[in-house]
Write a protein that binds this ligand. Structure first.
Ligand code: COA
Length: 380
């Protein structure tokens, strides 16, 4: 027992446990630093496109101009969905949560993929890129189908983020909206061993297929302690509504020990560097659209939570006001996270398989011992 206790992670939740190696991204939680393949997220948020970021994560270095052009074309060509995937979507009740619909259609795409059944290295890589290309199409189709609108076919000439907004709305976004979407995708693409990525790696470590790993990761992302927090933040903003209600609302939340969504982080003990950019984008878009109230409300909440609790805003806090002003429905916020994070999930799954060892930790047993088996007549 003492030996098991010594092995168990202090505090649970595997905090501060190094669960494996990765060359994809790293976080310094004390300093608030995040980098993909060694490149600081601030530089990527300022200069990189989503496609460039996917290339970086998957191929290990930034692309040359020619490599990027080819990669963009390859991704864009693979955006369309097979008819059977759209039929699967149509078969779901319209009330289905978009994350449940996304999980279901991604799973179906595994069966429909031209490389289904081939789990060789080249096929795995093709399936990973196809999934990155298709996830945005699935999310846009979910929104259209549940509203009774025909899905919009992808436009290969548009960058990934702009094409996503186009498929969602049926109209091309402005240049500013397109860049804002692109930066949001860059910021969400990878984040070390977060819960959903770890799930993807555990699944890949059994040598299950890439679609299975991503399906499992989507299931994990949905929860409000993980990606689902951006949807929960918007619910909080909608409940608070006005700046004069911020303090009473939060005092009540603190008094009743309710967590304020979008704050705190398992690794960052200072500002989440992604929040720095999402705050800026939320303010910029709010000003451009003449709709600053959600940013102003968010800023007031942030000030109070920081002052009273010492908690910092995380990636989900300002993405809520940003996505809302961008016109995205609240329950689509977490699927949009997945549109980006599928780049990280697939890169991690491939990295895991390339140097695989089945992930199989131990538990600290806290149950009874030496319990005799009672015949059923003697129980009760
Ligand atoms: N609101 C209020 N209090 C919070 C809080 C929040 N968002 N996040 C953490 N705390 C408090 C906890 O209540 C706890 O207080 P206690 O020690 O008095 O019980 C303490 O801070 C530690 O919280 P804990 O949940 O154990 O920290 P963690 O590092 O394991 O948790 C999260 C990280 C993300 C799970 C947690 O901060 C959280 O639930 N945040 C809200 C959900 C969210 O935004 N998730 C997205 C993450 S990117």
């Amino acid at each position: 027992m003492a030996e098991a206790a010594a092995k168990a992670a202090p505090g649970g939740g595997l905090r501060n446990v190094v669960a494996g190696q990765s060359a994809l991204s790293t976080i310094d939680g004390a300093k608030g630093i995040l980098s993909y393949r060694g490149i600081d997220i601030h530089a990527l948020a300022e200069h990189a496109t989503f496609e460039e970021t996917v290339f970086l994560l998957h191929r290990g270095a930034l692309p040359t101009r020619a490599q990027l052009d080819g990669f963009r074309r390859d991704l864009a060509r693979q955006r369309a969905l097979p008819d059977a995937a759209l039929s699967a979507l149509h078969a779901l009740p319209r009330s289905t949560h978009p994350m449940t619909a996304l999980r279901t259609v991604v799973s179906a795409l595994g069966a429909l993929d031209p490389d289904a059944g081939d789990d060789g290295e080249a096929a795995r890589e093709r399936k990973a890129l196809r999934l990155i290309a298709q996830t945005a199409t699935v999310v846009a189709a979910i929104e259209r189908v549940r509203n009774g609108w025909a899905p919009v076919s992808p436009d290969q000439s548009l960058p990934h983020g702009a094409n996503f907004l186009y498929m969602l709305r049926g109209q091309r976004p402005s240049d500013s909206e397109a860049r804002i979407m692109d930066v949001a995708l860059v910021l969400h693409a990878d984040h070390e061993f977060n819960a959903s990525t770890f799930v993807a790696r555990v699944t890949a470590s059994t040598l299950a297929d890439i679609h299975g790993a991503v399906t499992a990761a989507i299931a994990a992302l949905k929860g409000p302690l993980h990606g689902g927090a951006n949807e929960a933040v918007m619910q909080t903003l909608s409940e608070i509504q006005s700046i004069d209600r911020v303090e009473p609302y939060l005092k009540d939340a603190f008094a009743s020990k309710r967590k304020v969504m979008g704050f705190g982080h398992a690794v960052y003990k200072t500002e989440d560097p992604r929040a720095t950019h999402l705050r800026r984008l939320s303010r910029t878009l709010g000003e451009e659209k003449g709709e600053r109230r959600w940013f102003d409300l968010s800023e007031k909440i942030e000030e109070f939570v920081k002052r009273e609790k010492g908690l910092y805003a995380n990636v989900d806090f300002y993405s809520a006001s940003l996505y809302h002003v961008l016109g995205l429905p609240t329950d689509l916020f977490t699927p949009v996270f997945a549109v980006s994070r599928v780049a990280g999930w697939t890169a991690h799954a491939l990295e895991q398989i390339a140097n695989n060892k089945l992930i199989r930790p131990e538990s600290e047993y806290i149950g009874l011992s030496n319990v005799p088996y009672l015949p059923i007549e003697q129980r009760g």
